[in-house]
Design a protein around this ligand. Structure first.
Ligand code: GLU
Length: 480
């Protein structure tokens, strides 16, 4: 690419990061890093009614946790600031006056009641509901008079009529639209705040954005934006609209069918690497017939390209996320996993100051974890003071003659040890087998039930080591 790539993530702060926003932020980040360009964060906070305290800090924090960083923005600074739109109001006013002067925009004075009535009549007549452009008919004097009288006004875009507005989207291809159905969009509201469209176009231009990568839901705004670029005489950045994220039933990803806030996923103990990997595959793939599923951030940066962004909706499958997270947990560096897991041990009765023990526990149970918040369920066997049978039927197994023989013999052998380790446990069981003649399932099953209360679970020698000699012996003897 000839010029330096400059992309931006331009969220309106809502207090949490939506999965869809994360995907947009990630794709922009990957694109910027792939081309050695700049990733810019711009906060689109001109809708003062939607302001949420702490939202921006939270947003930046969550993205950073996931490894998505910015070269310019509210925290990083940069030469194109301020990066909060609410601090750029004068800029929007200035450029909007320019449009007025050049005849690309005009004042309109309709009250919300009048606009409501307009819409109602259009609906009655089965027409497209849009501003009927009546403000264009006011004479200069009428406008002056109304302004002087202090009547509330907005500034609207004067859409050139009877034209085809065309643009080439890097994902969706060429899109054409008849300008007659493009609304005379409000650019500046009566309170002096810009609308999304005005501020977005001005900022993308002034911030030198070369590529706009964002969700498909914004594609309907593009014709208005193209007309604005044209009116200003500015070059239109390249655009890539990435497909919607869908629920499994193909409806738009919604709160009702599961979590949509990235923070919720992090809180539940999805690892950042797994989340990033999973999100990257929502709408992007490495190539036709390329079955690879696992990508670290560096792989994604190397391989990401807009050409491989798909056009159809990307289905968010929570089972796949769980599978992927479990795969990451299984392979994760154990020390790091231990650090990350500590908060999830709270309330389990397991003393986390004994890191070595926590580490051992995690290593034993991690194959079963889809996410870290499942830890408490899996560590009950290590903290309990008395084994609870998972189901009553298991008692019969424990009461069998051969079971009692094996349990008794093992208890005796463990009692003689100084310290119980997984290896010593294995040898003790081998001796029990040789001495009692009980073997196979008839041996392993009752021992597992006696020690854990359940028929299946992690490796028994590891469990025994974690329980330690005293507890293991006590648990075994209880059934005799
Ligand atoms: N502020 C818009 C949002 O909340 C930005 C859309 C765009 O990227 O143009 O997503």
């Amino acid at each position: 690419m000839a010029n330096e790539v400059r992309v931006r993530f331009a969220p309106s702060p809502t207090g949490y990061v939506h999965i869809g926003s994360l995907r947009t932020a990630l794709f922009n980040f990957l694109f910027a890093r792939h081309y050695g360009g700049k990733n810019i964060l711009r906060i689109e906070d001109t809708d003062q009614t939607r302001k949420v305290e702490g939202a921006v800090e939270n947003l930046i924090g969550s993205l950073e946790r996931l490894g998505i960083t910015f070269d310019e923005g509210p925290v990083a600074g940069g030469d194109f600031g301020p990066y909060f739109q609410s601090e750029r109001l004068d800029i929007y006013k200035k450029y909007c006056s320019e449009l007025l002067q050049k005849g690309y925009a005009y004042y309109a004075f309709e009250t919300s009641e009048e606009l409501e009535e307009m819409r109602r009549l259009q609906q009655l007549e089965g027409k497209q509901t849009m501003y009927d452009r009546r403000g264009r008919d006011l004479s200069e004097d009428e406008v002056k008079e109304k302004l002087a009288s202090g009547a509330p006004s907005v500034i609207r875009l004067k859409v050139p009529l009877g034209e085809e507005v065309r643009f080439n989207d890097l994902v969706k291809g060429t899109i054409k639209i008849d300008s007659d159905i493009v609304d005379d969009q409000i650019l500046l509201k009566s309170d002096g705040f810009p609308t999304y469209h005005l501020a977005n176009v001005i900022d993308d231009h002034l911030m030198g954005i070369t590529h706009i990568i964002r969700g498909e839901e914004w594609i309907t705004s593009v014709p208005k934006h193209i007309l604005l670029y044209r009116a200003f005489g500015w070059e239109v950045p390249a655009m890539a609209h990435v497909p919607l994220i869908l629920n499994r039933d193909k409806t738009k990803l919604s709160k009702r069918q599961g979590d949509v806030a990235v923070e919720d996923y992090l809180r539940k103990g999805y690892l950042r690497e797994a989340l990033v990997n999973f999100i990257a595959l929502l709408g992007w793939n490495p190539g036709e017939g390329d079955e690879r599923e696992f990508f670290a951030m560096d792989d994604l940066i190397r391989e990401f390209s807009i050409e491989r962004v798909q056009t159809s909706g990307a289905v968010f499958n929570p089972d796949k996320l769980n599978w992927m997270n479990n795969s990451y947990i299984k392979d994760y560096d154990l020390d790091k996993l231990t650090e990350l897991s500590l908060p999830y041990f709270s309330g389990t009765g397991i003393d986390t100051s004994d890191r070595e023990r926590v580490r051992m526990i995690l290593n034993t149970i991690r194959v079963y974890l889809n996410k870290l918040d499942e830890i408490p369920d899996h560590v009950k066997i290590f903290s309990t003071e008395e084994v609870q049978l998972e189901k009553d039927e298991l008692r019969q197994i424990l009461e069998a003659e051969s079971s009692r023989k094996a349990i008794g013999a093992l208890a005796g052998k463990l009692e003689d040890l100084d310290k119980l380790t997984a290896d010593l446990y294995k040898s003790a069981v081998a001796e029990v087998q040789a001495e009692t003649g009980v073997k196979g399932k008839a041996l392993f099953k009752p021992l597992r039930i006696a020690l854990t209360g359940s028929e299946n679970g992690p490796e028994l020698p590891a469990i025994a080591e974690i329980l330690g000699k005293e507890k293991s012996v006590r648990f075994l003897k209880r059934w005799l």
